[in-house]
Design a protein around this ligand. Structure first.
Ligand code: SF4
Ligand code: SF4
Length: 247
């Protein structure tokens, strides 16, 4: 599992990224960046005069997302669908708390990487520091055209300081699977392993796209957020018709 330093380094591969908070019941988002890490979590700064500060103080929660791709320009395939060159995104959500300036100076005495944070506050005295001290997140490494490997996706979920998280990937219930292979044929992520008695999903390859869930005749696939029976039946019909005409 990615530790706090690994997570910091992944985010650092892109200098700035999006930090989301809740403002009067609506999501609000802006660009910021992590400036340090230690065993206490991931540190970032903002100014006390900004709405970001007020929202952090009120909700004590944040979500962060960064995308790293070799080509940052959007492009489209011949059908007009978005094309994504290989890359990865990393995201997390967690609990934040403000770090007192005296505490920060104390940290800087023992760990030089906190000194720039102190200097920044001395230069801009409205500045303050927060730490994400509990979080869960995901690293999503994609190669949708399978340019460098035989599967589109490698994903990993992680947590810090006991924050709850759910493993990636859908699950096939062994006792309901009749090994018909429909899910295997429908999965474009190479995430399903064949079996004689039942099939199995490799969670780190699984995009949770729902194709296996839609085609399964015995309802053996557990989706993270199941659809209504009506929507599932519709998806089943559409997918079967697509697969039939693209044989
Ligand atoms: S479609 Fe359902 S029953 Fe068929 S192999 Fe997959 S999980 Fe098993
Ligand atoms: S949810 Fe999608 S990616 Fe995951 S196993 Fe099913 S078909 Fe494959």
């Amino acid at each position: 599992m990615l530790n706090v330093e690994d997570v910091f380094k992944r985010f650092e591969q892109l200098h700035s990224y999006s930090f989301a908070t809740i403002n009067d019941g609506y999501p609000d988002i802006r660009i910021a960046h992590f400036v340090a890490w230690d065993e206490g979590g991931l540190y970032f700064q903002t100014m006390k005069v900004k709405p970001f500060y007020k929202q952090l103080k009120e909700t004590k929660k944040v979500a962060v997302l960064s995308l790293v791709s070799k080509n940052e320009k959007a492009s489209h395939d011949e059908m007009g669908l978005s094309e994504f060159p290989p890359g990865f995104f990393i995201r997390l959500k967690g609990d934040v708390k403000e770090v007192d300036f005296d505490q920060l100076k104390q940290k800087a005495k023992n760990d030089s990487k906190f000194m720039p944070l102190v200097k920044d506050i001395e230069r801009y005295p409205t500045m303050t520091t927060f730490v994400v001290h509990r979080y869960s997140g995901e690293l999503y490494d994609f190669d949708f055209e399978k340019k460098h490997r035989d599967h589109k996706l490698e994903r990993e979920r992680f947590n810090f300081n006991g924050f709850d998280y759910i493993n990636c990937g859908f699950v096939i219930q062994k006792d309901k699977c009749i090994a018909c292979g429909s899910c295997y044929k429908a999965c474009t992520f190479n995430a399903i392993e064949k079996g004689d008695k039942y099939y199995k999903i490799n969670g780190s390859y699984c995009d949770e796209c729902g194709s296996c869930y839609s085609v399964c005749p015995t309802n053996a696939v557990i989706a993270k957020t199941p659809m209504s029976e009506e929507d599932r039946n519709l998806a089943n019909r559409m997918l079967k018709s697509y697969m039939h005409s693209n044989k």
